[in-house]
Design a protein around this ligand. Structure first.
Ligand code: AMP
Ligand code: MN
Ligand code: ZN
Length: 451
């Protein structure tokens, strides 16, 4: 028997033993609201609890950091409430279990020997150790499907790519669906008041402008957004890929036409592909959108400076935007295109609330659509043009089934809450919180959320 096999067999048993022992020990501790309050009246007990508690938080924070999760569990200025701490922990557990699931798949052969598929004409990719996946001296290897000598797309951009590590200023100059207008740019000399008062108002405005500069342009609309109630309806089956037209959007006219179509939909699915191997903050390379009857692949490298026109549909509170794990997508949309989302439903958040155990899109595709997705392109170089057919098909599958998954999950969320909206509301709330994120730069890897 080889060493790896025996290790693989013994490790889970060892891990299970440790977990059982820890659970047993923790249930043996005085319970809160019961003996705990009595014991806590002794200073010695209190001091011991505090020091051990801090030690535990420190360990947890380190484990979370190692897995690239938000880990400020110890920082009282950031996480005050027990509930917030618990949320961080659930996030981290999800991420760790997701990784365990993937590794077990690999061990049991489900995902064994997966080599990246090679688009015709591209060289075999080498395993590249890239700077962003080197963690604290330990290098991990990721398989990157990487096109060499590709023309840097940013050469074509109308504005320079800002890779600075400074706070991000929203790129928005028109605000469709506004309930509050963008901050006023009126000059002091235009005010019909005495000069001294005009000067005072101007000073106040300068202060305000600085705050507005970094503020979320749709905060007011998101804060006041009320999602529509979901009624229990029969879920219509999804259309197979081959029965749905797939449009490649590369020109402004096509983008305008797409926006017109989206404005006639009551729900759409959206996803992005991003490239961050050779650039500090990376760049968004592709946007996939699916309606109930059509799929669209938008070449956002070509249309980068025109993408803002989609704000008309993306911020329309009457159109539901379905994403899966939108944390990064929302940041990329804001940073690269000045695009904002109002009325979003995140199927990753729904999966967490339904306690599906594994919350990746592959898992939902398998569970609800019996579709085996091929994640080999996830780390592909999405700057490649023309996009190879295999990559288009991969990208398309990321949104094609998402509206069906959204229907199924809404039904399950209703059923799990005995027909009440409570669980659905939780998904809307968490999705709204993601939309409210402002794109803060200078984050440390430990601050990145993991999906
Ligand atoms: P997805 O939401 O799965 O379509 O992924 C969107 C983008 O996130 C991809 O184009 C990659 O740039 C990035 N990405 C996804 N998964 C990973 C991963 N495991 N490691 C690093 N980057 C990833
Ligand atoms: Mn995505
Ligand atoms: Zn994707």
């Amino acid at each position: 028997m080889n060493v790896t096999d025996s290790l693989l067999r013994e490790l889970p048993i060892h891990a299970l033993g440790t977990v059982v022992a820890a659970t047993k020990a923790s249930t043996g501790l005085p319970q809160s609201g019961d003996e705990y309050d009595f014991y806590r009246s002794f200073p010695g007990f209190r001091a011991f609890c505090d020091s051990q508690g801090n030690r535990l938080l420190g360990c947890m924070s380190q484990v979370m950091q190692y897995h690239g999760c938000r880990s400020h569990i110890r920082d009282r200025s950031k996480v005050g409430e027990m509930e917030d701490k618990f949320d961080l922990l659930v996030d981290a557990n999800d991420a760790v279990l997701e990784k365990v699931g993937m590794l077990l798949d690999e061990v049991t052969g489900v995902a064994r020997n997966k080599q990246p598929i090679l688009p015709a004409g591209l060289q075999a990719p080498k395993t590249i150790i890239s700077s962003w996946n080197r963690k604290k001296g330990k290098s991990e290897t990721f398989r990157l499907l990487h096109a060499k000598n590709i023309q840097r797309p940013q050469m074509k951009f109308k504005e320079r790519l800002d890779n600075s590590n400074t706070p991000f200023i929203p790129k928005i100059f028109v605000k469709p669906n506004a309930q509050r207008p963008l901050p006023d740019k009126q000059r002091p000399e235009d005010l019909d008041v005495p000069p001294a008062l005009a000067d005072f108002i101007h000073q106040q405005r300068l202060k305000q402008t600085e705050e507005d500069m970094f503020a979320h342009p749709y905060k007011y609309e998101l804060d006041h957004f009320v999602p529509a109630e979901t009624l229990l309806e029969e879920v219509k089956p999804f259309l197979p890929l081959q029965d749905v037209p797939c449009h490649f959007v590369t020109t402004l006219d096509q983008l305008v036409e797409l926006n017109e179509k989206l404005l006639r939909c009551s729900e759409i699915a959206v996803d992005l592909e991003h490239h961050s191997y050779r650039s500090f903050l990376g760049l968004t390379c592709l946007m996939q959108i699916s309606t109930r009857t059509e799929d669209f692949i938008v070449d956002v490298l070509e249309l980068r400076s025109d993408m803002y026109i989609l704000n008309e549909s993306f911020t329309d509170p009457a159109i539901i935007k379905v994403f899966h794990g939108a944390d990064s997508d929302i940041e990329w949309l804001q940073k690269d295109f000045g695009l904002y989302v109002v009325n979003m439903f995140d199927t990753h958040q729904a999966s967490r609330i339904l306690n599906l155990g594994r919350n990746s899109l592959d898992h939902l595709l398998r569970l609800y659509c019996s579709v085996e997705s091929d994640k080999r392109f996830q780390l592909a170089d999405w700057r490649i043009r023309p996009l190879p057919e295999e990559m288009i098909q991969y990208a398309r599958a990321d949104t094609h089934y998402l509206l069906y998954i959204y229907d199924k999950m809404r039904t399950e969320l209703l059923n799990s809450a005995n027909g009440q909206q409570i669980l659905l509301q939780l998904v809307w709330q968490r999705s709204r919180d993601i939309c409210l994120k402002v794109n803060a730069r200078g984050f440390s890897p430990g601050e990145l959320t993991c999906v």
